[in-house]
Design a protein around this ligand. Structure first.
Ligand SMILES: C[S@@+](CC[C@H](N)C(=O)[O-])C[C@H]1O[C@@H](n2cnc3c(N)ncnc32)[C@H](O)[C@@H]1O
Length: 194
């Protein structure tokens, strides 16, 4: 779903690549993966590059950094994507302005994260995470203080789909649109740099 929204060739940056679950399946693009946590990069690099080499592709680059201070020159990438990371950016407007800076003119940003369409959707999402995901995580992790508690917390503090359409426009993106991936809670936002 995200791959189809990215240009079929050119330089792609994934911000917040985590352990590389999305990056390993991004086929045929020149890829740079960025994450602030060295342990994430240490897992992602061998995983992603093993897959890329097996497909006969060039290895991806792995860089430590944050969205709010991207260590790249202006107009470097044809597209930027960020999956399940945007909600953690500590200064979203700053991160979006950094993305705009490193995109080439005509370049595209794709964001995926679980936003709320409205209050009811937000409430259902909260219950789903707290009860279903929470119970499952307690069983798997065999502890009450499991790491997925943070997922519920970041979800609760994350805004609505419309909030981030507005924020993207305010930070210079054009042709901004969003789509709820149904059934579920994830939203895809897209925007372009003129
Ligand atoms: C859930 S993981 C992402 C998983 C990955 N995108 C995937 O699909 O496999 C979220 C990642 O965002 C990173 N992150 C958190 N705050 C960030 C920031 N301000 N800038 C860039 N990445 C950030 C975290 O370190 C974490 O690895």
């Amino acid at each position: 779903m995200v791959q189809q929204r990215l240009p079929s060739e050119g330089k792609i940056l994934e911000i917040g690549c985590g352990p590389g679950s999305f990056a390993e399946n991004l086929i045929g693009r020149e890829l740079t993966c960025l994450d602030p946590i060295p342990a994430m990069l240490a897992v992602a690099e061998p995983r992603v590059n093993k897959k890329r080499v097996s497909r006969g592709e060039q290895k991806a680059n792995f860089i430590q950094g944050t969205a709010e201070s991207l260590p790249f020159g202006d107009c470097t990438f044809d597209a930027v994507c960020t999956l399940f990371s945007f909600r953690d950016w500590y200064d979203k407007p700053k991160g979006l302005s950094e993305v705009l800076r490193v995109l080439k003119p005509g370049g595209k940003l794709v964001i995926v994260d679980p936003a709320k369409v409205n209050r009811i959707h937000g409430w259902l999402g909260y219950l789903y995470m707290k009860i279903w995901v929470g119970s499952y995580a307690r069983i798997i992790c065999k502890q009450r203080e499991h790491p997925w508690k943070w997922l519920t917390k970041t979800y609760v503090h994350f805004g609505t789909t419309k909030d981030y359409v507005k924020m993207m426009k305010e930070n210079g993106f054009t042709e901004v649109k969003s789509k709820l991936i149904f059934p579920g809670m994830a939203t895809i936002w897209e925007g372009k740099r003129n």
